[in-house]
Design a protein. Sequence first.
Length: 397
Amino acid sequence: MSAYPKDLDQGWRRRLRSRVLRWYDQNGRKLPWRESADPYRIWVSEIMLQQTTVTAVVPYFERFIERFPDVRRLAEAEQGQVLRLWEGLGYYSRARNLHKAAGVIVRDLDGRFPEPADELKQLPGIGPYTAGAISSFAFNQPAAILEANTLRLYSRLIALDIDPRGTEGQKKLWKFAGWIVSRKRAADFNQAVMDIGSQVCRPVDPKCSTCPLMPSCKSFEEGRQSEIPLKNPKPQITDITEVSIAVRKGGRFLLRQHADNERWAGLWDFIRFEVSDTDVANVQMPERRRAKATATLSGQQSLFGDGGAESLSQLPPALSQRVTELTGAVVGSYEPITEIRHAVTRYRIRLLCLVCDHESGRLKQGTGYQWCSQSQLRELPLSTTGRRFATLLGSCK
Ligand code: SF4
């Protein structure tokens, strides 16, 4: 098949464009980043929206813009300040690249965003979709865009019968996206197709009977809208167990910043490593509900305060040895704080959060571990689980 079905001609394209734009004029969504054509705001919002829902992004976007209202202010900031504002949004390489690209725009381009998508793609963290979005939304350039919603919508419109995420499928869809985008109202057109994809041409149960594009839709014509786009095989999920250990000395805790080549680069975290189920077979965790209600940091006293079941227990040798190997600190007993379940890429993680008092041992040089006060914990950018743990420790009230 060609970039678009052979029987789709200029007339088909003209009718489709006018249906899309008419729908947008009546139904376009009002979102904070649509209020202006400022490439900076569009760029920040598009980066935040990658892998994240609109509802989750709105408060982050507003806080971010308030703190860094333009590209120069972002370029001047420390990376840690940017990561702190990003905390909880995940995929932190997005924030690091945003900061890096701001530096390039200010230093090499006199603070101005390039208009063509091809030039925008040269900046750190700006892929083909984001380049097309900035180019079309900010500068009304007829640039192609393709993300989850338009991928589904376009696949159905042309009844794409190959995997839309494979190399060949991507090539065809990008070509189609460049062919179909309106030359005069590229910004409105691209916003509209994303909205129609998310609100009307939904992944399951598309609303074909009320769809403005139904008369142009090949999948609808062929009755194949539930089988297109072709599904990609589900990734294999692996279950793992990790421990996060807050080693305490006086009112301070041991943390380190993740290196550039590690998961959550730039963020800080307590000691954390993978363990076997045998290693933690005897670790007693409190019920999650109870831990949330009762765990507060109170000097050297038990976190559970009532002398109940979660009193001090000896840390399993495999865990205490690993803490010493990693940091040089010697710890003995632990208090269980909480258990967090979360997922990272293809891993489903059970994370056991424990507090241990430092008994002896000097910190090893070159490991990056540092004693951090509670006020530092409030300021430093932490991983999402690190922040939840720190909050239970009573450090982020
Ligand atoms: Fe999607 Fe149905 Fe509209 Fe086709 S007619 S674009 S399948 S909602």
